[in-house]
Design a protein around this ligand. Sequence first.
Ligand code: NAD
Ligand code: TYD
Length: 349
Amino acid sequence: MRKILITGGAGFIGSHVVRLFTNKYPDYQIFNLDKLTYAGNLENVRDLEEAENYHFVKGDITDAAFLKELFSKHQFDSVIHLAAESHVDRSISEPLAFVTTNVVGTVSLMNAAMESWAGNMGGKLFHHISTDEVFGSLGEEDFFLETTAYDPQSPYSASKASSDHFVRAYANTYKLPVLVSNCSNNYGPNQFPEKLLPLCINNIKHNKPLPIYGKGENVRDWLYVVDHARAIDYIFHKGKVGDTYNIGGFNEWKNIDVVKLLCDIMDRKLGRSEGTSQKLITYVTDRAGHDLRYAIDASKIQKELGWEPSLQFEAGLELTIDWYLENVEWLENVTSGAYAQYYSKQYDS
Ligand code: NAD
Ligand code: TYD
């Protein structure tokens, strides 16, 4: 029987990973460790509460004493590490929080795993979930490969790059069995509406302006979140220990085009006449140091592990929009209170 610690499982991607592992592997015991920051929400995993192989633990990955006790109590054989501060704009206004959670948190978690696994690393695994943003910004051509040199440009990506370096340093120095995966931009149900797609879905619904940074020409490579969770499953079970895998959708879009597509789909779903929501598009001051283009070459995971995305982008967007339109209460809960303050600070000046 495996005992897996998944961190950040009340967040966006983590909740989909926890769901996939809990439902697909009833013989595994899944422990979801989350601090429940503004981005963590137990509503995201409400459907798993009754599952016998699912356990929630509230706690902080930067708290070494707490982690030591947790590992000693449960004797996990593996960790899938997603807990992080994840929003670039917040990293620009509060970089130190990103160093604390993403760097100190990751190192503290590895220390706890190492102490618990001391002298017996056989069958153990630390799977670190990272981002394509560590590679920096691409021009109009080329793709990020697993071998591309790191060149992080934002405080968020610098903190993730640093944590990736620490993970590889622990593998080299202490022989910690690790896997690293670097994924492109995710979209789908349960994403906090500070990120581009859910923010625009929410604003279109409420007839609010759609803030496009700069000229909207920045390019992102979008992947449906469930496909990311599936890729993590493939890598965790079939990946070569010590190796790195890039995950992406071969699905590049300029921000302005993706927002226009959202507007058109939502006009249809909301019974608005064609072109109504596009009038909400508002160009605003660009993000400081805004990376121009991200694009993943995901051929390694396709060839070596047989993973590929299951959904076309338009189909994934339909599912995502339907989820946000149906889950009114979820959206209202997460957009009240502290988020309302962040939103007015970010966009109302
Ligand atoms: P998210 O912000 O939605 O969720 C992060 C979760 O981590 C939240 O539940 C939060 O409560 C928890 N957390 C934060 N600090 C913690 C702490 N100190 N201790 C315990 N839990 C804590 O993030 P996400 O978008 O789901 O991203 C998950 C992971 O995937 C991150 O490591 C991120 O860097 C990576 N990633 C994200 C994307 C993307 O497009 N969102 C793409 C590639 C990689
Ligand atoms: P985001 O969802 O924050 O993801 P990331 O910065 O990690 O790629 O942003 C996606 C793209 O959308 C990015 O180029 C910044 C842009 N963007 C806007 O134009 N307006 C917004 O309000 C937000 C949040 C993002």
